[in-house]
Design a protein around this ligand. Structure first.
Ligand code: CAA
Length: 379
């Protein structure tokens, strides 16, 4: 494993850091308060190549490695986790799956504009009654010869309102269980497809999370990804990479809160000296630094394994499990370090604390990560 980042990786990290400071930081509190989608910033992310980072340049991607993706995700998440989940879903759950398993026609038609950021995509697996238990899909895709007739409801869909392309998992042959599930590419504007209510969330409030309704939507057969019945494996394998993205997001949220805590602790005085000189604060800072370092290595290990073509499912689940716990622990302590100031919006750490929680829930709860890890360890 390389111990030194390449010049290219460092350049990506620096570009992401500049973008976060210059374009995301201004207005981040207002966007959170008003649940405002960062449309302008997402457009710029596309221009900078952050929305299709790992996609082959022949499909308008950046041709970068997963290590660069982790570095960029960390920097962007330090400042705005709403922007970084939009980025993570587009990169990991939409572009990656399309590039890996899509047909040449699908890549030309959908991957190219998604990778350039001209449009963004959404990954639609969760349903009102199928969250962790993802095989229990109630959405149906009835085979009608030339097309599938799609019916059902999806819940908690990131980018739900702003996406143009949706990868929708649906059951075609219920008697086959998970082997009867397909993944269909659905376009916004197809007859019978409506975007439902926007969720009013605890955190990542700048990202839009919606339910989606499909009523007799005719989806052409050529919009199925992979062979008939490949949809569940498509979703599971896509989520393996998605977990590296969310682990890096959690890492970034923790790093952001840590950096703010360091700055505050060196400025704020109590009992005649900076609070950073009090052991009570030093212990917290030391715990933050140590656990963030471990989480960073776990994210990089999973990314490295992916870049090397190794099986990274376990490492990705471990990174997500650990980094999301670190994000929670560090942000709670960051609020404590800031005292009363930590409890108000201006100091950012209360938002980071709210944002941290979702990293233990989406793309598989912490309990799901433990199942994935245990099954792999015990096999
Ligand atoms: N890659 C490829 N195939 C896989 C796989 C993987 N990582 N994991 C499992 N499979 C295959 C299995 O090999 C099996 O195939 P065979 O029957 O041919 O052997 C099949 O899938 C079924 O696997 P399991 O028996 O392990 O399935 P299960 O019902 O026990 O569920 C689970 C496994 C890990 C719990 C899974 O259901 C899961 O990951 N649930 C969580 C779903 C999730 O993460 N949802 C998040 C929604 S997306 C989101 O949050 C995005 C967003 O908006 C930010």
């Amino acid at each position: 494993m390389q111990l030194q980042f390449t010049e290219e990786q460092l350049a990506v990290r620096d570009a992401a850091r500049d973008f976060a400071q210059n374009d995301l930081l201004p207005g981040v509190i207002e966007r959170d308060t008003n649940q405002e989608f960062p449309a302008e910033q997402v457009k710029k992310m596309g221009e900078l190549g952050f929305l299709g980072m790992m996609v082959d340049p022949k499909y308008n991607g950046g041709g970068m490695d997963t290590i660069s993706y982790v570095l960029a995700m960390e920097e962007i998440s330090k400042v705005d986790a709403s922007a970084s989940v939009i980025m993570s879903v587009n990169n990991s759950l939409v572009c990656w799956g399309l590039e890996k398993y899509g047909s040449e026609e699908q890549k030309e038609k959908y991957l190219k504009p998604l990778a350039s950021g001209e449009i963004i995509g959404a990954f639609c697996l969760s349903e009102p009654e199928a969250g962790s238990d993802a095989t229990s899909q109630r959405t149906t895709a009835e085979d009608k010869g030339d097309y599938y007739l799609l019916n059902g409801t999806k819940n908690w869909i990131t980018n739900g309102g702003n996406a143009s392309v949706y990868l929708v998992m649906a059951q075609t042959n219920p008697e086959l269980g998970h082997k009867g599930i397909n993944c269909l590419i659905v376009e916004k504007g197809m007859d019978g497809f409506t975007v439902g209510k926007k969720e009013d969330k605890l955190g990542i409030r700048g990202s839009d999370t919606h339910s989606l309704m499909f009523q007799d939507v005719k989806v052409p057969k050529e919009n199925r990804i992979g062979e008939d019945g490949f949809g569940f494996k498509f979703a599971m394998s896509t989520l393996d990479g998605g977990r590296i993205g969310i682990a890096s997001q959690a890492l970034g949220i923790a790093s952001g809160a840590y950096e703010l805590s360091m700055k505050y602790a060196k400025e704020r005085k109590a009992f005649g000296k900076e609070i950073a000189k009090h052991q009570a604060i030093q212990f917290k800072i030391a715990d933050m630094a140590t656990t963030i370092n471990a989480a960073r290595w776990m994210c990089l290990e999973a990314a490295y394994q992916k870049d090397q073509g190794q099986n990274y499912a376990r490492a990705a689940a471990m990174a997500k499990l650990y980094a999301s716990q670190v994000a929670m622990d560090v942000t709670v302590e960051a609020v404590q370090v800031h005292g009363g100031y930590g409890y108000v919006k201006e100091y950012h750490v209360e938002r980071l604390m709210r944002d941290a929680k979702i990293t233990q829930i989406y793309e598989g709860t912490s309990e799901i990560q433990k199942i994935v890890i245990a099954r792999d360890v015990l096999k």
